[in-house]
Design a protein around this ligand. Structure first.
Ligand code: AMP
Length: 217
């Protein structure tokens, strides 16, 4: 089960990937998470990519491709994987084709209004990083973290205007990659305006239809 997930920031892609990754025991590989971790640890790779990630610019293809190549060689990727945030350019997509055969590319879609509504309720703890949502997962005491008692804040990039800009940037960046997979006939579009459980159930239905996971009896 070798999958690629594509979708705008804030759509819930990370949540879907985590749910499926736990259920089927395949790793969720997010190149963004890898880079943030390496930067936090101050590794050689972290120092190399810091300047790009902090400015929101694409890390050069050669670096990203090499990182993904190394990760996919790990034994835990043998059964399959979910790639999230990669490929972002046609060159990366071509390089990935040279490494392995991707079974399905899922494209998660929802209007920018739905995404704004989804992220506008998000609150995070500046101290421990816990994530809440006013609507779906409110803290016990308004504005205060349940875990450590620090005040909760709204992330700067969750403001509606910033979400709109990130959506436009996403469209421009990913369009050639989406087109690349559409032409290859492996792209499946998923309506993500519904609840995460419904979206994940739809993904699983398709995986079963394609014989990538077994029917549950
Ligand atoms: P993300 O969490 O996927 O939004 O990624 C955060 C940042 O990591 C991006 O803004 C880029 O700087 C970098 N990055 C992640 N994946 C890639 C990729 N496939 N190609 C180039 N840069 C990437």
């Amino acid at each position: 089960m070798k999958l690629v997930f594509i979708g705008p920031p804030g759509i819930g892609k990370g949540t879907y990937a985590k749910m499926l990754s736990q259920k089927y025991g395949i790793p969720h590989i997010s190149t963004g998470d890898i880079f943030r971790e390496e930067i936090a640890k101050g590794t050689e790779l972290g120092l190399k990519v810091k300047q790009y990630v902090e400015k929101g610019l694409l890390v050069p293809d050669e670096i990203v491709i090499e990182v993904v190549k190394q990760v996919l060689q790990r034994p835990e990727c043998g059964k399959g994987f979910i790639l999230d945030g990669f490929p972002r350019t046609v060159k990366q997509a071509e390089a990935l084709d040279g490494m392995t055969k991707i079974d399905v590319v899922f494209l998660f879609e929802a209007s920018v209004e739905v995404i704004i509504e989804r992220v506008s309720g998000r609150l995070i703890c500046q101290n421990c990083g816990a994530i809440y949502n006013i609507k779906w997962k409110p803290p016990k005491k308004p504005g205060i973290c349940d875990i450590c008692g620090f005040p909760l804040i709204r992330r700067k990039d969750d403001e509606p205007e910033v979400v709109r800009t990130r959506y436009q940037v996403y469209k421009q960046t990913f369009e050639p990659v989406i087109e690349y997979y559409r032409r290859k006939g492996v792209l499946i579009e998923i309506d993500s305006s519904k609840d995460a459980h419904i979206v994940v159930a739809e993904v699983e239905r398709i995986l079963k239809e394609k014989g990538l996971v077994k029917e549950q009896v």
